[in-house]
Design a protein around this ligand. Structure first.
Ligand code: AMP
Length: 245
């Protein structure tokens, strides 16, 4: 697999704790934009001691670093369109080859099309990679999602996330922690949100049905406190694993 020279996808900033369970866990977090896949992945990576692999984050890193993939992805992401399957699959393949992913991973934002799903299924069924993934679908009402996405504001310095509707900063437009001016992601505007939701229902919702049919699947309501949802995801994953062991 071709990889940008000197470019490592692994998150080396944090130690990778010992895996606390018997066999590797491979979890796919599915759901519409803004449903909280990233937040849940960050909680669960602590529980399972496996990396959180977000294709959106990887692509944003490529854009920041002006790699050849980043140059292709920049405009498409800003318009709320999906990056071509082959390019994203190559990026994911390279990331899954990093040693920290050998004991399992939480994939957030991938697969997002049926073709990505069949590519991933066949890749994970290769002997060297291991067990089939468990897919968790996070569900939330579309109007609630609109507020979550279009209200989202990030601090570019400490990365704290606010939401102007449900978790506003004390001083409008500025981070509570370090006073930096808050930013809105280019693809979090109303117009791009509409496009992302259209894309979700047309291309990504069928991925949920694909995994529902596979049996290694659970659906979790995401309109609740973060820890409660994380607990339910962990219980659902354990349940699927017990049934299959
Ligand atoms: P996210 O942070 O997961 O919401 O992703 C942000 C943007 O990155 C998406 O709107 C797409 O443009 C692009 N992207 C992320 N994951 C994928 C994927 N699996 N396939 C194609 N494009 C993706």
């Amino acid at each position: 697999m071709q990889r940008e020279r000197g470019y490592s996808y692994a998150d080396h900033s944090e130690p990778n704790p010992v895996v606390s369970i018997g066999s590797p866990v491979r979890v796919l977090l599915l759901g519409a934009p803004g449903v909280g896949k990233g937040t849940q992945a960050k909680e669960l990576k602590q529980v399972w001691g496996i990396p959180h692999i977000s294709t959106g984050e990887l692509l944003r890193a490529h854009v920041r670093e002006n790699t050849s993939l980043g140059l292709v992805a920049r405009e498409m992401m800003a318009r709320g369109e999906l990056i071509p399957d082959l390019l994203v699959a190559q990026m994911v393949a390279a990331r899954l080859e990093e040693p920290d992913a050998f004991n399992g991973f939480i994939l957030d934002g991938f697969p997002r099309t049926l073709s990505q799903a069949t590519w991933l299924d066949s890749r994970l069924s290769e002997a060297a990679i291991g067990a089939s993934p468990i897919a968790i679908s996070l569900k939330m009402d579309d109007e609630y999602l609109r507020h979550r996405i279009t209200g989202r504001r990030n601090c570019p310095v400490c990365q704290t996330t606010f939401n102007i509707y449900v978790n506003p900063p004390s001083r409008d437009g500025y981070c509570d922690k370090d006073g930096s001016a808050l930013m809105q992601r280019d693809d979090d505007t109303e117009k791009v949100f509409e496009e992302r939701m259209r894309t979700y229902w047309r291309l990504s919702a069928p991925v949920v049905e694909h995994y529902r049919g596979h049996g290694r699947f659970a659906e979790v309501c995401a309109d609740r406190p973060v820890e409660e949802i994380a607990g339910e995801i962990a219980a659902a994953v354990d349940q699927v694993r017990i049934q299959l062991d």
